[in-house]
Design a protein. Structure first.
Length: 157
């Protein structure tokens, strides 16, 4: 686990074959307590990654997505911690994921106009062009992820 205000930056998939380097996938990651206040740290992690990669145009949507994923993990998951990752997917896109210890799958809910909750996944889908999903992990738990790209959506104002 990283210290407060510090993010791990790693390269996933970095390999060498016959003296030729294969490009690594840049990743920012941080383990956080599974509490509502972790959404702020998750947004900072996303902002740091997007700034480092010159993808500030995706910041509003990516920060909203990670806030919703952290909130869902707090409400519906188990365990004391979550892991937030931001992975560069291409020239204009990132994968934002929240890993928790529960294998319960998230589901869209139908909610009434007066409901105070239940719209998180709809917001995620709206801000990532529907590119989101869930991976069950071999070691237990799951990763809920979304692909956010610069310019493929608009943030409502």
């Amino acid at each position: 686990m990283t210290g407060k205000g510090r993010h791990s930056v790693a390269s996933a998939g970095s390999e060498r074959h016959a003296g030729t380097a294969i490009a690594a996938t840049p990743v920012f990651t941080e383990t956080l307590p599974r509490v509502p206040e972790s959404a702020r740290s998750a947004r900072r992690l996303v902002s740091s990654a997007l700034t480092a990669w010159g993808l500030e145009g995706a910041a509003d949507a990516a920060q909203l997505v990670v806030s919703e994923l952290v909130a869902n993990a707090f409400v519906h998951a188990s365990g004391p911690r979550i892991r937030v990752t931001v992975t560069r997917q291409g020239p204009t896109s990132v994968r934002v994921a929240v890993v928790d210890e529960s294998q319960a799958l998230p589901r869209n809910r139908s909610v009434g106009d007066q409901a105070e909750s239940g719209r998180g996944l709809a917001l995620v889908a709206a801000h990532c062009g529907g590119q989101w999903g869930v991976e069950l992990l071999d070691q237990g738990g799951k990763a809920v992820w979304a692909i956010v790209s610069v310019g493929d959506h608009t943030t409502p104002r």
